[in-house]
Design a protein. Structure first.
Length: 409
């Protein structure tokens, strides 16, 4: 399978989407810096190379929305030039697309909302939300984990962390879905994204006005004050608020689903954790879930200049895709890398990236899944698969299950 995929370079082939890890292994061993002619990008699959490139901000730019090729939206009704400008401008205003001093200045304003201490502040409320959902789902013979549990919980937690009123969550579901459309493969995904931008702005602007002089100190209050003091533009406020609200769909939801799937397929690991459910053991298990089947599978960069790398000439402007999922299975970094071992130590995975662009919301996702595992263990529940086969969404940027039917008995 790996050789066939290597020559076809089909990133969305059914075999690669279902299980990319054999192909990653083949590439790491034989073609660690591989030009994918079909997708017009370089594939980086070794751990050390991933770290080297993602921390080299001068040589490899993270401003992909600004500097990469235009976003394609097959079937989109918007004119290409308008469609591209709206998407580029909105995405390009986010902190993830900034570099150097602008990135540092933008991050400095909001960083205190994303520290481990800030996430711990939310832990008790996250625990309550987890318990409430399990009270509802725990008696069901079959639970569809992705939609009935993970997606609902993530929306509640994101709203809590951002400062969205709880009563607005249901009204925001369609907007959040539209703002997450670009990670999918639907033909009208760009039009959905544009619609999400418009409707999110309509919703958020009056809320930001109320936050400006209100008593709260949540993320939206900070963004409102940043705009008032000209630290953020209006589009930067909207773009970063959108990312804060939607990023969990690609991290927390996939972490929960992939992690529970890993435990279901490795029941002895769950039994081991159940026999010693300490805080440290649970945290270690979450880190292994992040490494073993990473929720986000890749990060893109754009070469800022011609660069020689591992005997290959990467030209200025070419896209470089650094594979998180492959780096986290690199046998040169991790012993028994293809094994799921919840007591793995050390475990310096790159599930949340590396360097200055390390995922801001990482600690919230970790706390969320820690509380899920803790609650399941305290109720003597064990995740079990209904069917041994599962299907994945047709994307390779995210490791995203289409659905996950489980018993929690």
């Amino acid at each position: 399978m790996a050789d066939k995929w290597l020559f076809n370079d089909e990133l969305l082939s059914a075999a690669f989407v279902h299980d990319p890890y054999p192909t990653f292994s083949h590439l790491r061993e034989n073609y660690p810096v591989h030009w994918n002619a079909t997708a017009s990008l370089w594939m980086i699959t070794r751990y050390d190379d991933f770290v080297t490139i993602t921390k080299n901000d001068e040589g490899f730019s993270s401003a992909v929305a600004k500097n990469g090729k235009p976003t394609e939206g097959i079937g989109s009704t918007a004119p290409p030039e308008d469609r591209d400008e709206v998407v580029r401008s909105f995405q390009g205003s986010s902190i993830a697309q900034q570099e150097g001093s602008p990135h540092q200045e933008m991050r400095r304003v909001i960083n205190h909302h994303y520290t481990p201490t800030a996430s711990e502040h939310h832990r008790s409320q996250i625990r309550i939300k987890v318990e409430n959902l399990l009270d509802i789902l725990g008696t069901k013979p079959v639970v569809e984990i992705k939609e009935e549990f993970a997606t609902i919980l993530e929306m509640q937690v994101s709203a809590l962390a951002v400062g969205i009123p709880e009563q607005d969550i249901d009204d925001l579901k369609e907007i959040v879905s539209d703002l997450s459309a670009l990670s999918g493969t639907s033909k009208d995904k760009v039009d959905k994204y544009r619609r999400g931008i418009l409707k999110f702005g309509e919703y958020l602007k009056p809320l930001l006005d109320s936050k400006l002089n209100g008593p709260g100190n949540d993320l939206l209050a900070t963004l409102a004050k940043a705009k008032h003091h000209n630290l953020y533009s209006e589009e930067e406020v909207l773009s970063n608020a959108a990312i804060a609200l939607t990023a969990g769909r690609g991290t927390s939801v996939n972490l929960i689903c992939n992690g529970l799937l890993a435990f279901a397929r490795h029941p002895k690991q769950w039994e081991s954790l159940a026999s010693d459910p300490t805080e440290m053991a649970i945290k270690s298990a979450v880190e292994e879930c992040l490494r073993y089947d990473s929720p986000q599978q890749s990060l893109d960069r754009i070469a800022s200049r011609d660069i020689e790398f591992r005997g290959q000439r990467i030209r200025s402007g070419e896209k470089v895709r650094c594979y998180i999922g492959s780096a986290n299975r690199d046998h040169m970094k991790f012993e028994n890398a293809d094994n799921f071992e919840i007591n793995r130590n050390p475990n310096q995975h790159v599930a949340f990236g590396w360097g200055i662009h390390h995922c801001l919301g990482s600690s919230v996702s970790q706390v969320e899944f820690q509380e899920i595992i803790s609650a399941l263990l305290s109720r003597n529940l064990k995740p079990s698969l209904i069917s041994p086969t599962v299907e994945y969404e047709p994307t390779t940027n995210l490791r995203s299950l289409a659905r996950l039917d489980m018993q929690l008995g």
